[in-house]
Design a protein around this ligand. Sequence first.
Ligand SMILES: [Zn+2]
Length: 89
Amino acid sequence: MKVLQGAMRAVSSVFGCQHGRLSRPFTIQQQSYMVCLDCGHKQFYSMQEMRRLSRKEIKRLLAIEAGALHLSAAAAEASLRSDGPSLAA
Ligand SMILES: [Zn+2]
């Protein structure tokens, strides 16, 4: 069973989860997300906008966390709403 769950997680990480049963949004270590109740896939969530984040927004968020982009907290939130990153001076 663990092999099947691992395979489902690997597939969902590449193609995204196709299941519809999700947990309520919750925040751990300043990161909000919902979890698929069938395969365990995490879906990042914006508590401010009360919606799941798109792949583009998630990539930007992870780049900010990794230090690839240096944004202030306000600029990071604004960049999630806009089309392009707005770099802080
Ligand atoms: Zn799933």
